[in-house]
Design a protein around this ligand. Structure first.
Ligand code: ATP
Length: 358
């Protein structure tokens, strides 16, 4: 649906996009994720045509967008600050997008009702826009964008002004809506959980470049760099030594864990930055309670720190030369007993959960 080939963008002498390559498929929920200032909004605005590009090619639906102005593109944007007109009714706000549409009044009214139904605001047309809650305003903004039947809906941090509960609710609503209408959604967010929950695929961006473009599970299980691993959730990085490399299999000696053989897909291309480490997500680790056995491997350790979160408990466990963080869901713990600092424990881990960064 959208293809980027070597896209560069400057703001005077600031190099905001530094060679963007990749593509977005028709009908997918795609997120641009990255820290503040990495260029997410800039990339979104170049798709919309609000910003030009200085080098490279952008195709939408196979067509070069170089000389296509924003209003002639099959895209529509929903902004962070919903841009709802408070003095208008809900229906007038939604119909605003149709002001140059030649259809009859009755046809437009039917389209407005259809769009409002789509976002769960059926029957709200007559209400005053200023009297809506944040979540409802967000829906009105969505309805106003959807009424134009764009092929691609661009969403710039649409949920950032909502409180946590409303935000989670709207995340689910947006996923449902996207599945229902079947058009391509491109979401800008700096919230990694939001991106993981909502997206079919995610482009993780740093400093004007895409560091990794993959589905959420791959980003989580097989990040291609330490930086992506660190940005998507939490990862333990354990110093290791590379012993041998044969037919794609790599044997390493990891501090505290011992010898492990890694498969090719557990070793992204070398970056040459820093000493080699293996990465291990805290959620893939378990502490064995009396009577429990490790599925794969285990090592002895001692609890250095305990942080209790109600549903989860985080432990720092010293395993000979290094501390690792363990995140245990209390549901998996017999009697929901929290272990104390100083307790000697058996830490279970699985070699397939490791990723090598070198
Ligand atoms: P945020 O999450 O904070 O919105 P972002 O990843 O969306 O960040 P962009 O808004 O794309 O980042 O900005 C990328 C870089 O380009 C930033 O360093 C920003 O200061 C700069 N920038 C953005 N817009 C302009 C502009 N109109 N003129 C000059 N510099 C700009």
């Amino acid at each position: 649906m959208i293809e980027f080939r070597g896209i560069h963008k400057y703001y005077s002498d600031y190099h905001a996009l530094r060679g963007i390559d990749g593509s977005i498929r028709a009908g997918e929920f795609f997120s641009l994720l990255g820290p503040s200032g990495c260029g997410k909004t800039t990339l979104l605005r170049t798709i919309a045509g609000f910003e030009g590009i200085d080098a490279g090619v952008m195709l939408i639906d196979g067509k070069d967008m170089a000389n296509v102005p924003a209003n002639a593109r099959p895209t529509n944007m929903v902004f962070q600050s919903y841009a709802i007109f408070p003095h208008m009714s809900v229906a007038e706000n939604v119909a605003f997008g149709l002001r140059r549409d030649p259809r009859s009044k009755a046809e437009k009214a039917a389209a407005v009702e259809e769009a409002l139904t789509m976002v769960g605001l059926k029957g709200y047309g007559g209400r005053a826009a200023h009297a809506l809650s944040g979540g409802q305003r967000q829906r009105v903004a969505l309805a106003r964008a959807l009424i134009l039947k764009p092929k691609v809906l661009l969403l710039d941090e649409p949920l950032s002004a909502l409180d946590k509960k409303m935000r989670e609710h709207m995340q689910v609503e947006l996923i449902k809506l996207q599945r229902q209408v079947g058009i391509t959604f491109i979401l800008v967010t700096h919230d990694q959980e939001e991106a993981l929950v909502m997206s079919d695929r995610i482009a993780v961006m740093f400093e004007g470049q895409i560091a990794q473009l993959a589905d959420p599970e791959t980003l989580y299980r097989r990040p291609n760099s330490r930086r992506v691993a660190d940005f998507i959730g939490t990862m333990n990085f354990i110093p290791c030594e590379i012993l041998s490399e044969n037919n794609g299999q790599i044997e390493v000696e990891a501090k505290g864990l011992g010898r492990v053989t890694l498969e090719a897909d557990q070793a992204p291309p070398p970056s040459g930055e820093g000493e080699p480490v293996v990465g291990l997500r805290p959620e893939t680790l378990t502490l064995l309670y009396p009577g429990q056995k490790a599925d794969e491997r285990s090592v002895k350790g001692k609890i250095d720190e305990v942080i209790y979160f109600g549903d989860m408990t985080y432990y720092d466990v010293f395993i000979g030369g290094t501390d690792v963080e363990v995140r245990l869901s209390m549901r998996n713990v017999p009697g929901r007993k929290v272990l104390e600092v100083g307790t000697e424990v058996e830490l279970a881990w699985s070699p397939s959960a490791l990723v090598l960064f070198r």
